[in-house]
Design a protein around this ligand. Structure first.
Ligand SMILES: [Zn+2]
Ligand SMILES: [Zn+2]
Length: 224
């Protein structure tokens, strides 16, 4: 039975094909950070305002979906209820986008999931970004580095802060535990909202010798 519409579906699938096809796909968005463009955006736009004016710490972002219902519910069920049945269809969407993106450009040498602070990890019991990274590793053959980076502060809540305040608030949130023996890394997270947290991790990786950082996430939050 499909977990979304309760229709019949194959026992190996958690959601039916019709629900899978109808997940909100990310189409009109920034070429670099994949931030969804608002509806009135001119057709010839390539980069969002932020990517036009501020250098980013990552080279590209790959994300197939918009963080809207039912994707938002599915992601929250993975995160807070450990409902991993929802993880597979979302990861499958991302794998399709990755195959398109890397068809004529080199794949990263390793994946680094955005780490959780130990306190949050203990409370939640698992890191959803780690689970997603392991699944993506199985599908792509790119290994995961689970213990090279740690979260040293869980930060004060980011809600209600502007983009630059968020960036300042998250500074120093990550520390390198072991040298990273690769020059091209993909940072994996479930959802990218403003990107402040993800970008801080990318900044730290670059400071420690990584030359190319891509971001892989299941969905992107619209800012409008
Ligand atoms: Zn369905
Ligand atoms: Zn952008």
């Amino acid at each position: 039975m499909c977990l979304l519409c309760l229709d019949d579906c194959s026992p190996v699938q958690s959601i039916c094909n019709s629900c899978l096809i109808n997940l909100p796909a990310l189409r009109s968005c920034c070429d670099k950070c994949r931030e969804p463009f608002p509806p009135h955006q001119p057709d010839d736009s390539i980069l969002c305002k932020r990517c036009q004016t501020t250098p980013r710490h990552f080279e590209s972002c790959i994300s197939p979906l918009i963080y809207r219902f039912p994707v938002s519910t599915m992601v929250q069920k993975i995160k807070y209820n450990r409902c991993l049945l929802f993880e597979r269809p979302l990861t499958a969407h991302l794998v399709n986008s990755l195959q398109d993106h890397y068809c004529d450009t080199p794949w990263p040498e390793a994946l680094i999931p955005v780490p959780l602070h130990w306190w949050k990890l203990r409370k939640r019991g698992f890191n959803q970004a780690g689970v997603i990274a392991s699944q993506l590793s199985k599908a792509t053959g790119v290994p995961v580095l689970h213990s090279h980076v740690k979260r040293v502060s869980h930060g004060t809540p980011q809600q209600g802060l502007s983009a630059s305040q968020r960036q300042k608030n998250i500074r120093g949130a990550f520390a390198i535990k072991k040298p990273i023996p690769f020059t091209h890394i993909a940072v994996v997270d479930d959802v990218m909202t403003t990107g402040a947290t993800t970008e801080e991790l990318c900044r730290v990786l670059k400071k420690h010798g990584v030359q190319t950082v891509d971001v892989w996430c299941l969905a992107r939050t619209p800012t409008f």
